[in-house]
Ligand binder design. Structure first.
Ligand SMILES: [Zn+2]
Length: 495
């Protein structure tokens, strides 16, 4: 517009100077030039119209030679526009927006992958896929996809995170891009095992085992290896290849008030499943678990755990309950034994010597393996040793942040114990428990670790998690987790 206006002004000035233009003509010309509906080229052509042109204001017909000369300096003015080339008004063509994405489906692939699929969407040229963490302000664009792809796999999903995904269609036409309305879908990639509650109960554990086994059917399974004195299941959770030639056994919560070891065990199991196709500290999880099958007795003393968490009322068998009440006032939160008042870690057939009477801790029971819980454990150990190449036993206790790994010299179990012990110390940073254990193991009557090593000739260590007195407070869990999360995979990789 500017160029033509300048040219027009020059023209008009020239005409005025030469005195050819009449007042009326000037007004008429000005009207034309400022007319909003007339494009610059149109007005220019009107001006440069040949002297014979009749439509142009009368005055222009007698354009002087100077005027035409000046006009010719602009290419726009001199070029006679071809009718076909006449540009159309620059008014944008209206492009209809694509439809709204009607639905999004999320499909769990693994702990780090989710696949989104969405509805066919009319007029879409393609799609934009966004994601945000729940609570975050803005969506971030993850991917732009063509129309034929109504599917996208996000491979960077965080463990135990909540997300919102958004998919919207776009359409490109006449050099414009327009967008349809977005559809939002929530996706929660949360852990099954929750680590926020102080009391991780037997029922929670049982429910979580079932959920995990359903979620990871090809990676883990479980077996009930026996019942407790009060009829609860003693679970053996089996990780990896059940037909592997080597096995490693973990045992947690043989002492009741140390129930945080069960919570740790369950999260360790879940982590093995979540990281199954990935590496943990440079170790390929599925590779290790394909070779070494891990068995985990996650709650060896379920009745005792119930007593420690909820008191004697949690014992369902009336006879057992009556006997327990006969003990008089007891701080049940500190309970270590089973429902018959037997300390299971004094009940194994290693230098067994009957000692004490029914109580919260220290009672050996009438004879070795007198309790249903110890019987189930011994039976599993025998079975694993005989048929599945049992290579080691790791016991989880609390408290102390120490590791028991002392061992008498014997080629069968010394090397394995030392290797497991050194690795566990490196990973956890826990101290050596040497000073807590007498060298002649005289204090270890009925202990399971000593039973495993000296009776069954299987390498064995004991880890004592936590720092505060038992039952450990949930606040300690984060630190315990950091130190122990890789133990299962790393210890299994030793064999
Ligand atoms: Zn203990």
């Amino acid at each position: 517009m500017n160029n033509s206006k300048i040219i027009s002004i020059i023209l008009v000035t020239a005409l005025l100077i030469t005195g050819v233009l009449s007042k009326d003509g000037l007004r008429a010309y000005a009207d034309t030039a400022s007319g909003s509906s007339v494009t610059p080229t149109e007005s220019a052509s009107a001006v440069s119209a040949s002297p014979t042109a009749t439509e142009a204001p009368s005055a222009t017909t007698s354009a002087s030679p100077t005027a035409s000369a000046k006009a010719s300096s602009s290419p726009k003015v001199t070029k006679t526009p071809k009718p076909t080339k006449t540009p159309k008004p620059k008014k944008k063509k209206k492009v209809k927006k694509p439809a709204k994405v009607k639905w999004i489906k999320t499909t769990y692939r693994d702990s780090r992958k989710v696949t989104l699929t969405w509805s066919f969407t009319k007029r879409a040229t393609g799609f934009l896929i966004y994601r945000k963490k729940i609570g975050a302000k803005k969506f971030k664009l993850l991917k732009k996809k063509g129309k034929k792809h109504r599917k996208y796999t996000d491979t960077k999903v965080g463990i135990n995170k909540k997300y919102k995904y958004k998919v919207k269609a776009y359409r490109k036409k006449y050099k414009q891009t327009v967008y349809g309305k977005g559809k939002v879908k929530r996706y929660y990639n949360l852990n099954i095992v929750k680590t926020t509650r102080q009391k991780y109960s037997y029922d929670m554990m049982a429910a979580d085992i079932h959920k995990l086994a359903r979620k990871y059917p090809n990676r883990m399974t479980y077996k009930v290896i026996g019942k407790s004195e009060d009829g609860r299941n003693i679970y053996d959770v089996i990780l990896g290849n059940r037909y592997a030639k080597k096995t490693l056994l973990f045992i947690a919560a043989i002492h009741a008030r140390e129930y945080m070891t069960s919570l740790l065990a369950m999260r360790q199991i879940e982590r093995c499943m979540q990281e199954y196709n990935y590496t943990v500290g440079g170790t390929k999880v599925n590779y290790v678990l394909g070779d070494v099958c891990v068995h985990y007795i996650v709650m060896a003393n379920p009745d005792g755990v119930m007593i420690s968490q909820n008191g004697f009322t949690s014992i369902r068998n009336a006879k057992l309950r009556k006997k327990l009440y006969k003990l008089g006032p007891v701080n049940t939160a500190l309970w270590k034994a089973n429902a018959r008042g037997v300390d299971l870690n004094r009940n194994f057939a290693f230098k067994f010597k009957k000692k004490g009477k029914m109580s919260s801790e220290g009672y050996t029971g009438k004879k070795a393996h007198s309790e249903k819980e110890s019987k189930a454990i011994v039976k599993l150990v025998k079975n694993l040793q005989k048929y599945h190449g049992l290579k080691g036993v790791i016991n989880y206790h609390a408290t102390g942040s120490i590791i028991f790994g002392s061992v008498r010299k014997n080629r069968k179990y010394t090397n394995g114990t030392v290797a497991m012990y050194n690795l566990a110390r490196n990973l956890t940073g826990y101290a050596d428990a040497g000073s807590y254990e007498s060298s002649d193991v005289s204090d270890a009557h009925g202990n399971f670790r000593e039973y495993a090593m000296y009776v069954k000739k299987i390498p064995s260590i004991t880890l004592e998690i936590g720092k505060t007195p038992c039952p450990l407070v949930i606040k300690e869990y984060a630190d315990i987790w950091k130190r122990n999360k890789n133990i299962v995979i790393k210890e299994a990789a030793l064999f």
